[in-house]
Structures are given as structure tokens and as C-alpha cells.
Design a protein around this ligand. Structure first.
Ligand SMILES: NC(=O)c1ccc[n+]([C@@H]2O[C@H](COP(=O)([O-])OP(=O)(O)OC[C@H]3O[C@@H](n4cnc5c(N)ncnc54)[C@H](OP(=O)(O)O)[C@@H]3O)[C@@H](O)[C@H]2O)c1
Ligand SMILES: *[C@@H]1O[C@H](CO)[C@@H](O)[C@H](O)[C@H]1NC(C)=O
Length: 290
């Protein structure tokens, strides 16, 4: 009986703690904020731009395809963005990445949320055949350019007490056969940004970093790359974008989407790696992969 009472009291305290410390999301948090979303001509990045726009942020989108970007900017304005514009840039070129930040500063005078999301550099879904050049190109677009953008924006973000969001993947946390180069880039991001987060914290710099760990999302690129090659159901990109934007506004350390196909798997990773490997081996239709 005594034990039950203690347990009850403990639960009540935990419940109260959860209730009072958990900040709830409101669209007001985003209104008027200055946001740069990379890789926003299509896919999850495009959807995130629309989410920020709908809530009245100043939005800058960037990617390589100007025609696409122009359409995204128009839609952002229609949805209610405080302002919207685009910068054309190829993230394979780090000087060009740096210029995106300079143009952001020129356009908005500062930055509140840096949302790093682009993916490219010829990351394909196939056997690794040892191609060094494509590995280096993949790491340049999917890792080094993220770091370059961060380094260039750091002073602006400190000044605004802003935040950084990095879109990662389950491939940044567990083995990912047939996307070895992509996985290497995502693991690099996870190492860099989780270490940077802690380093900033220890130096008492208030600059939160949100890492979004995503499962399989129904963007055109993903469906085309892995459709028929893996045994999984894709989740909607719109809801995915909403969750990342929410996590960004709330300055959360991590976002898991979809939660139930990501978080539990990560618990297995450390405790039962053989079981995890078994699940992984059942998710791939190896005979369909080039
Ligand atoms: N979809 C999924 O299943 C999934 C799963 C886990 C994680 N993720 C992550 O979610 C993020 C978005 O993925 P997504 O599926 O939305 O991808 P996506 O639809 O292919 O969009 C990729 C974006 O990056 C841009 N991009 C590609 N190469 C570029 C380059 N060299 N320079 C500048 N921009 C470039 C593309 O625009 P341009 O072609 O116009 O340049 C596009 O806007 C990525 O970080 C990805 O790793 C996705
Ligand atoms: C890289 O970008 C810079 C700045 O936009 C540009 O001046 C330079 O020519 C680009 N380099 C290549 C190899 O495209």
C-alpha cells in the first residue's frame, strides 16, 4: 500500500512537471520570423516553406532550379508569408553556399531559423561499387555545404538568438545498405551537429540545434528511388514538414517522424543489434536493386 502511494505521488509529480515545462506550439511563435529553408524547390523543403509562410514568416527558399523556386515563392506569398524570395545556388559549390547566406543577410537583415534540408550530389539507391568521386561529391552536397552554411550564418543566428534545424534520416543512425554514401553523409551530420550542440551549450551560447530523424516520406524523389525496392509504407510529406517546423519553433533537440517507425527502432539498435539487422534484411527486396 505504502509503495503504491509513493508510486502515485511520483507519477503526480512527473505529470505536473511534464505539464508545466512542456511549452505548447502556437503559430505566433513563427510570425515575423526570418527563415531560410534549403532544398526547398520540391519535397519536404517546399512543404516546410509553405508551413512557415502560412504562419506569417519571412521565407527565403533556395535550390538549383529557378523556375521551381519562383513558383514556390508565389505560393508562399499566397499563403500569407510576411515576405518571400529565392536564391539560386548549387550546394556542390561551397562559395555559392556562402553567398546564399550573404544574400539572406542583404534581404532580411538577419536570420532566425536556418533550416538545412537539401539532398543531392548523386546519392542513388544501388550497390556500393567503390566510386570515390561520387562519394566525395555526395559528402560535399550533403555534409560540407551544411557546415559551410552554418559557419557563415553563425554570427547572425547568435545575434537573433535563432536556431538551426538539420534534416537527418534513419540512415544517419542505423545501417543503410544500398545507400552507403548517403548514410555516411547523414552520420557525419549527426556527429557534427550533436557535438556542436553540446559545445555551444558548454560555452553558454544559446543556439539550439534541432535534428529531425525521418523515416520513409512520400516525396517524388524518394518514391522513385526506392519504390519497389523496399517493403515500407511512405508517410505524408506535408505532415512531416509540419512536425519539423513545430520542433524548430519549440527549439526541440530532436524530431522523430513518423515516431513509431523511427524511435523504437533506435532503442533496438543499442540493445539488440542482431534483431535490428534481421528487421533491416526483411525491409529490402534485394533482387530488385541494381
Ligand atoms: N523522402 C524521404 O523518404 C526521406 C527520408 C529520410 C530523410 N529525408 C531527408 O529529407 C530531406 C528532404 O528530402 P526530400 O525527399 O524532400 O528530397 P527532394 O524532394 O529530392 O528535394 C531535394 C531538394 O534539394 C535540392 N537540391 C538537390 N541537389 C542540390 C544541389 N546540388 N544544390 C542545391 N540544392 C539541391 C533540390 O532542388 P534542385 O533540384 O532544384 O536543386 C530539392 O529542392 C533530405 O535531407 C533527405 O535526406 C528524406
Ligand atoms: C562557385 O560559386 C561562385 C559564387 O557564386 C562562382 O563565382 C564560381 O564561379 C562557382 N564555381 C564553379 C566551379 O561553378
Amino acid at each position: 500500500m505504502a509503495l503504491l502511494r509513493v508510486l502515485g505521488a511520483l507519477l503526480a509529480v512527473l505529470g505536473a512537471y511534464y505539464f508545466y515545462t512542456k511549452e505548447t506550439f502556437s503559430e505566433e511563435m513563427v510570425r515575423g520570423k526570418r527563415v531560410l529553408v534549403t532544398g526547398s524547390s520540391t519535397g519536404i523543403g517546399e512543404q516546410m516553406a509553405y508551413e512557415f509562410a502560412r504562419m506569417g514568416a519571412h521565407v527565403i527558399v533556395t535550390a538549383r532550379r529557378e523556375e521551381q523556386l519562383r513558383k514556390v515563392v508565389q505560393k508562399c506569398l499566397d499563403l500569407g508569408a510576411s515576405s518571400a524570395s529565392y536564391v539560386v545556388s548549387d550546394m556542390k559549390n561551397l562559395t555559392s553556399a556562402q553567398k546564399v547566406i550573404e544574400e539572406t543577410k542583404a534581404a532580411l537583415g538577419g536570420l532566425d531559423h536556418l533550416v538545412l534540408n537539401h539532398v543531392g550530389g548523386g546519392a542513388t539507391f544501388q550497390h556500393f561499387k567503390g566510386e570515390m568521386e561520387s562519394l566525395i561529391s555526395c559528402l560535399t552536397v550533403n555534409f560540407f555545404s551544411y557546415v559551410q552554411l552554418t559557419v557563415s550564418a553563425l554570427d547572425m543566428l547568435k545575434e537573433s538568438r535563432g536556431s538551426i534545424t538539420v534534416v537527418s534520416s534513419m540512415s544517419g543512425r542505423i545501417p543503410s545498405p544500398f545507400s552507403i554514401q548517403y548514410s555516411a553523409a547523414k552520420f557525419a551530420l549527426e556527429g557534427f551537429y550533436s557535438s556542436l550542440r553540446t559545445e555551444l551549450h558548454l560555452r553558454k551560447v544559446d543556439l539550439p540545434i534541432t535534428v529531425a530523424v525521418l523515416g520513409y516520406i512520400d516525396t517524388d524523389t524518394a518514391l522513385k528511388a526506392v519504390g519497389g525496392k523496399i517493403n515500407m509504407q511512405a508517410s505524408p510529406k506535408g505532415e512531416c514538414a509540419r512536425e519539423i517546423v513545430k520542433g524548430t519553433a519549440l527549439r526541440q533537440r530532436e524530431v522523430f517522424y513518423p515516431y513509431w517507425t523511427t524511435k523504437p527502432v533506435l532503442l533496438l539498435r543499442d540493445w539488440m543489434p542482431e534483431l535490428l539487422e534481421l528487421f533491416i534484411s526483411q525491409a529490402y527486396l534485394v533482387e530488385n536493386i541494381p
